[in-house]
Design a protein around this ligand. Structure first.
Ligand SMILES: Nc1nc2c(ncn2[C@@H]2O[C@H](COP(=O)(O)OP(=O)(O)OP(=O)(O)O)[C@@H](O)[C@H]2O)c(=O)[nH]1
Ligand SMILES: [Mg+2]
Length: 619
């Protein structure tokens, strides 16, 4: 059966090309909101971190009705670190809107998502967006898109994609640049015309792949799935074919469809419907909801493997437990394993220590968003420097993850940037001079080489450079890359940092703390100008006998400190350091706080329980 009354479509693109803004427009113009309803901009970016950062992190569903046809739309994130989110929804839809910025053209992530869409056999519609931009270069961008399809091996059929020109921001679209757009009707109509109708047998045994999970205070776990074949009624017995091969029976308590920002109850759903189902307590992403009498699991979702990992440990700093609600290893463990249920590209492994877990993801941002989410929920933890995940080829040679890096920058900074990238073992693969003083450079670079590069790049280009990277492939190990060349300023005394002490220290490096900041021994308070760590006392006060200097503190002018964000802190720390994260603070610290132990470790001496004990007693 063909469901001519239904279309399922995903919106995919590079970061910031306007996916969420386009969904806004489609929702508004389909009458999903009441005329007087006040709706926030980028309404699908509903979680706090998404709104703060202006990016989409999680894929989300919505549904509209147009000309009597239900169109289910999935908004996806454009940032490469969240591409697991794009992969997980590919089985939900039959086609996609590939949104491309009219000035930037196809970028690293455009290629990645289009490749995934083509592998999944989705029918593409190209939307060239932001045509209101004064720097638009539509003809070139169209050529670049065509090249991209050819490069990805599109067949004749796939090359016949429709193209629509739009300004999502202004809510207009047109089939031809000669005609001014009035509304988004061309997009709605193209979806109806070009995105295939779902097809399948409504009388066959039920098959629905769970692609998202949600929680509801009242009804518990909500599974979001697309029905491949068969029909399901609210209240009916179903089974879940689990990833471990077992089959568990459940009652599908309630069924919902998506309409605008709401979920509407359904009595029955069938082929092609995207539904939310309650009552399945023990269900995970990638499992199939199926017929209990005749269970037929669908092939599991394929998601690329993680490329980066770090250690998450319980916070054992002297300030542990001051600011957070959840601080024990039990809390940390439970939270990390719960995350796995939804975050398909994440991996968590236990270690020899019950206090430490290895967490692997798609990139620094993928991991740092998890950390940020946890601290907002009230967790305290300490995390290590991100490391890339190596693999071996069949001959035992070491392979490392490589990234494709695309940089746009003013010509004058090209030399410096290329030199810095050379040291980081990047190979240039393409260079385009736009002729307006800006160049685009493309590189293949070891993921290792990108760690800490972003902040260096922004400084080098005075903020005028734009960089994007996306996983390319695993390749032979490219050799050593020199890491941070500067040591840390490490607090040698516990207490409260004083203006006086910080003033004395400021020409020895860059400070990360302000006067009044409480510190502990072994806390990193700045970056030293030298190659090695320096122990410093930031709590020193003036000798009270020095009458002449008394009361003149305000004259000790301090340079503003470099207060690090979570991402900057992760880039800053060295292998023997940790970032302590609590709901209120981000502190850098030495892994071993005790200076004696640190000195021993630095000399490569062994630290075992016995030595630790002796050192403690010796103090
Ligand atoms: N000039 C112009 N700006 C637009 C248009 N559409 C979106 N933008 C702006 O582009 C920025 C990014 O828009 P989003 O809709 O968040 O982009 P996105 O593709 O959802 O981004 P991610 O989900 O993070 O990948 C916002 O500042 C929008 O206001 C457009 O048609 N014209
Ligand atoms: Mg978005």
């Amino acid at each position: 059966m063909k469901r001519t009354d239904l279309r399922n479509v995903a919106i995919i693109a590079h970061v910031d090309h306007g996916k969420t803004t386009l969904v806004d427009g489609l929702l508004r113009q389909s009458g999903a909101f009441r005329a007087n309803e006040q709706v926030a901009e980028r309404v699908m970016d509903s979680n706090e971190l998404e709104r703060e950062r202006g990016i989409t992190i999680l894929s989300k569903n919505t549904g509209i009705i147009y000309k009597g046809v239900r169109i289910n739309i999935v908004d996806t994130p454009g940032h490469a670190d969240f591409s697991g989110e794009v992969e997980r929804i590919m089985t939900m839809v039959d086609g996609c809107l590939l949104v491309v910025d009219a000035a930037e053209g196809p970028m690293a992530q455009t290629k990645f998502v289009l490749r995934k869409a083509m592998e999944a056999g989705l029918k593409p519609v190209v939307v060239i967006n932001k045509i209101d931009r004064p720097d638009r270069r539509i003809a070139e961008v169209e050529d670049e898109i065509l090249d991209l399809f050819i490069e990805l091996g599109a067949d004749d059929d796939q090359l016949e994609y429709p193209v629509i020109y739009a300004s999502a921001r202004d809510g207009v679209a047109t089939y031809s640049l000669d005609e001014e757009g009035k509304d988004l009707r061309p997009i709605f109509d193209t979806i109806l015309e070009h995105i295939p109708c779902p097809e399948g047998d409504p009388d066959a045994p039920l098959q629905a792949m769970v692609t998202s999970l949600d929680y509801d205070e009242y009804v518990g776990r909500v599974a979001i799935a697309r029905i491949r074949q068969g029909t399901v009624k609210a209240g009916q017995q179903v089974a879940v074919a689990k990833l471990d091969g077992s089959v568990v029976r459940f009652r599908a308590a309630q069924l919902f469809g998506f309409q605008g920002l709401k979920r509407v109850p359904l009595e029955e759903a069938s082929v092609g419907d995207i539904i939310a189902m309650t009552g399945l307590e023990d269900v995970n992403i990638g499992e199939t909801i199926t017929d209990p009498e005749n269970p037929q699991p669908l092939p599991p979702i394929k998601v690329d493997e993680p490329t980066m990992q770090m250690t998450f440990r319980t916070n054992d700093s002297p300030f542990a437990g001051r600011e957070g609600k959840y601080v024990t290893s039990r809390h940390l463990r439970a939270r990390l394993f719960k995350e796995l249920e939804r975050n398909v590209a994440l991996r968590v492994e236990e270690t020899d220590s019950p206090d430490a877990f290895i967490v692997s993801g798609r990139g620094e941002l993928h991991l740092s968003i998890l950390i940020e989410t946890m601290r907002r929920e009230g967790y305290e933890l300490a995390v290590s420097k991100p490391k890339v995940i190596f693999r071996k080829d069949e001959n035992g040679n070491r392979l490392e993850p490589l990234e494709q890096l695309i940089i746009d920058l003013p010509e004058e900074y090209m030399g410096t940037v290329m030199e810095a990238l050379g040291t980081r073992k990047a190979e240039m693969t393409n260079m385009v001079n736009h002729g307006n003083g800006n160049v685009r450079l493309e590189f293949i670079i070891p993921a290792r080489g990108l760690i800490g590069f972003r902040s260096e790049f922004l400084t080098m280009t005075r903020g005028y450079g734009i960089m994007h990277h996306v996983f390319y492939d695993y390749g032979p190990y490219r050799g050593d890359i020199p890491t941070r060349t500067r040591g840390s300023l490490v607090a040698s005394e516990a207490g409260v940092a004083t203006q006086y002490a910080l003033y004395q220290l400021q020409d020895r490096g860059t400070l990360f703390i302000e006067p009044g900041t409480e510190v502990y021994v072994g806390m990193v308070v700045g970056e030293s100008n030298r190659g090695q760590d320096i122990d410093v006392n930031v709590c020193k006060t003036k000798h009270l006998t020095n009458i002449r200097a008394a009361g003149s503190d305000e004259k000790l002018l301090l340079d503003p400190p470099r207060l690090l964000t979570l991402e900057e802190a992760l880039e800053q720390i060295d292998d023997d350091e940790l970032v302590e994260v609590t709901p209120k603070s981000i502190r850098l610290r030495k892994q071993y706080l005790d200076p004696l132990i640190r000195a021993r470790v630095a000399k490569g001496k062994e630290i075992n329980a016995e030595v630790l004990q002796r050192l403690k007693q010796g103090r």
